[in-house]
Design a protein around this ligand. Sequence first.
Ligand code: FES
Length: 606
Amino acid sequence: MENSPPTIDQRVPHDECPMTSDECPMTSNIPHPPKPMTNSENNGARLRSSAWFDSPELYGWTRKAALLGQGFERDSFEGKPVIGIANSWSELTHCNQHLRQLADAVKRGVWQAGGVPLEFPVISLGEFNIRPTAMFLRNLMSMDVEESILANPLDGVVLLAGCDKTTAAMLMGLASADLPAVLVTGGPQLNAHWRGESLGSCTDCRRYQNELRAGRITHDDWLDLQTAIIRSPGHCMTMGTASTLAILAEMLGVALPGNGTIPAADSARARLAEFAGRVIVDAVAADRRPSRLMTPAAFDNAIRVLHAIAGSTNAIVHLSAVAGRLGVDLPLRRFDELSQTTPTLLNLKPAGSHLMEDFHYAGGTGALCRELADLLNLGCENVAGATLERIVSAARCVNHEVIKPRATPIRVDGGLAVLHGTLAPSGAVIKPSAATPGLLTHKGRAVVFEDHDELLARIDSPDLDVSADDILVMKNAGPLGGPGMPEWGLLPIPAKLLRQGVRDMVRISDARISGTAFGTVVVHVAPESAAGGPLGLVRTGDWIELDVPRRQLNLLVAPDELSQRRSTHANRLRRPERGYARLYHDHILQADRGCDFDFLPRVNPQ
Ligand code: FES
């Protein structure tokens, strides 16, 4: 065994590795770890944390006393970079249940590279539990992340996230704090299996809920499925928002190759976390800050990949918010420009048939990028100092059923589209890749629900006047109206139509949908109805035109009639009396601006 080459579990610093990059198994997905830093290289005087620990005031002395009091030897920390580990672990966030173990792996890596790891908690937002919606608290969590980083003696930070909004908020917070940072997400759950089928949370929860409502499965079947749908720690294993953002973080350079796809239960996930601990120490020495990585070119790469994977519509909102935090101009039209020339390549639920585990073992994000290489900015660097060109050149696709070759894409254009028109002057979003092709050009009569409560009360009523050709419209579910823009946009198909075999209709709202959802669903209509958008003026019986190829969404009502309606329209929105709800109400931006607070972008939006 003495002459055996190092295995992936026996990583050695790049300078000492006897193998070339092509030979080394590590380069197939993850660059070599940096050489551990020495105390002299770290030069304590240059470290941000030295302003805390080397201060002549009494508190400089007490801070070291506190570390000694925590059981650290003096030479464990003196003169070394301090690496924060921001952990969104919570038992209320099942997707993040394993992040404490990942934190231990990160700590190993930090110690190995000559840093001092100190873990701290941040708010955790579990998608299933938080009311009214985790999105309502995303900005609060991003502020917690930013302020916790900046207020403490940290030189760099590793951020542990997983469930949708925890990842979005971490990206926003690290962008605002702009200290060297590595995002490590928890990874997707293992594929679910039920009665011979491979199932994904929660695309198949929604599909079987429809079957239950249509009377095609029993309540006992439904309970049995409940025991099978979530098999392991990790986030939803379809191309939901969590999977999408974990992949896009790689494209933005703040997550390492493999982060997006390695399953949560795979030991490679812990090794990635350990490696991140080494990388962050090197990133501190090289001052690889998010603002140097998350450039306009990197955002273009992220948007290209978003389209190629038919990612979550929510990613448009979150990327817009992250860009704003860095002062990067990212209008909605940029998403659509890149959609026109980016093929959809990934065959993954809800737009396809496979799951995240399959994507990882097919080659992962690197293999997908290899297919797109001529469309990407390959010079972009990541937090480990590796260019995208190097990462792509080391990647291989081993399953073209999952990652389609460029010559035979799933679609010749991107998985998402941005619409404009008289119903959405500031834009709306649809996922054509998960829609019924025949409905992408459709004119129909509106059946309107004033809010989500009315929808729930009436949708299954036998008296509801509705046919399969109608367009379901829901108001007052946007950033202000929801509040928090809940994922209510997948309006249920009326029960009486379900029983007739109808499984999709055009549905329009100012809400969001889960990335795991499917159907011909237009969301993020802006301005929202509660902010005075034309959506608030739609009435049952109006005609609406959806034309995705022309990117149009129009309310076919005469301008004079709309003016008359506007003059008598009563906005039901009420300003909360106090607290976070008041702050949110007063400062939330619309969906096309990323739903950030108006005081958080680095430059004020136009
Ligand atoms: Fe957490 Fe789906 S519930 S990612």
